[in-house]
Design a protein around this ligand. Structure first.
Ligand SMILES: Nc1ncnc2c1ncn2[C@@H]1O[C@H](COP(=O)(O)OP(=O)(O)O)[C@@H](O)[C@H]1O
Ligand SMILES: [Mg+2]
Length: 245
C-alpha cells in the first residue's frame, strides 16, 4: 500500500467575485521510503498542495490518505493527533514559538503526543549533534541566527521520527554547506527508519537526490523525472497540447 496518496485533489480560493484554482485535479502516490521533490515557479500551488497532503489544510474536493487513513474525513482533534504521530512538517518560515528555548521548541511535538520524553533521548542527541545545535539549546529563537532557527525547526519536525516528513523549501534560508547537511540528515533518516519525504525545493542539487521529481504548473502536478532518471518531456508537451485544445 502506498504510504501517501492524493486523489483528485482540488483547492479553490474564492475572493470576491474571482476564484483561484491553487491545486487542480492532483493525483499523487508515494511508496514507503521514497524521497519526492516538487519544483515549480512561485504561485504554482506547491505550498497549498503540501499543506493539504500533510493535513494542515482541507481540499475543496478530493481525498488524501496516509497509510490508508483519509485525512479529509477526520475531525480537528483526530487530525492533529494523527499528524503528531505520523507526520512532520518543516515550514518555509520556521514558525518557532518565541517564548520557548530551542530545546523546548524541538520537544513540542513529543508533548502533544503525550509520550514520555525519555523515548526520544537517543534520537534527540543525534539530531542535536548532526544539526550542530549543542551549544544553542537553551537560547530563545530571537538569540539564534536564521540558519540556526531553521535547524531547530528541522529537529522539531524530525523528533517524532515521522513516517512522512513534509518540507516546504526547508533549505531556502541556508547556505550551500548547511543545505547539504540538512539533506544528508534527511537521507540518513530515510535509510534508517524508511522515512518518506515530500519536499518542495528550488534547489536543483537537492531535487536531483530525490527518487522522483514533480513539477507544479498552475495547480497541476506533473511528473518531471521518474525513478529511472527519465525526464518526462513528452508528458509535459502532451499536457500543454491538451491545454491548448
Ligand atoms: N489563503 C489564500 N487565499 C487566497 N489565495 C491563496 C491563499 N493561499 C494561496 N493562494 C493562492 O493560491 C496560489 C498558489 O499559492 P501557493 O500554494 O502559495 O504557491 P507556491 O507555494 O507554489 O508559491 C497562488 O495564486 C496564491 O495567490
Ligand atoms: Mg510556497
Amino acid at each position: 500500500m502506498a504510504i501517501l496518496e492524493a486523489e483528485n485533489v482540488i483547492k479553490l480560493y474564492r475572493q470576491y467575485d474571482s476564484t483561484v484554482t491553487a491545486v487542480d485535479r492532483v493525483n499523487f502516490k508515494a511508496e514507503d521510503g521514497q524521497f519526492i521533490a516538487i519544483i515549480g515557479s512561485s504561485g504554482s500551488g506547491k505550498s497549498t498542495l503540501l499543506h493539504i497532503m500533510a493535513g494542515l489544510d482541507k481540499p475543496t474536493s478530493g481525498s488524501v490518505r496516509i497509510r490508508g487513513n483519509d485525512l479529509t474525513k477526520m475531525d480537528k482533534d483526530e487530525l492533529s493527533r494523527f499528524r503528531g504521530q505520523f507526520t512532520g512538517f518543516i515550514f518555509q518560515k520556521h514558525n518557532l514559538i518565541p517564548q520557548l528555548t530551542a530545546l523546548e521548541n524541538i520537544l513540542v511535538p513529543t508533548i502533544m503526543c503525550n509520550k514520555e520524553e525519555y523515548k526520544y533521548e537517543e534520537h534527540l542527541k543525534k539530531l542535536i549533534k548532526i544539526l550542530g545545535l549543542g551549544d544553542r539549546l537553551h537560547h530563545l529563537p530571537s538569540e539564534l541566527s536564521g540558519g540556526q532557527q531553521q535547524r531547530v525547526a528541522i529537529a522539531r519536525a524530525m523528533i517524532n521520527r515521522p513516517q512522512v516528513l513534509f518540507a516546504d523549501e526547508p533549505t531556502g534560508n541556508l547556505d550551500r554547506a548547511n543545505a547539504d547537511e540538512v539533506l544528508s540528515l534527511l537521507l540518513e533518516t530515510k535509510k534508517e527508519i524508511g522515512q518518506t519525504a515530500v519536499m518542495v525545493t528550488h534547489d536543483l542539487t537537492i531535487a536531483e537526490k530525490a527518487d522522483r521529481i514533480y513539477k507544479m504548473d498552475n495547480g497541476r502536478l506533473l511528473l518531471f523525472r521518474d525513478e529511472n532518471g527519465q525526464y518526462m518531456r513528452n508528458s509535459f508537451e502532451a499536457e500543454t497540447d491538451k491545454a491548448k485544445m
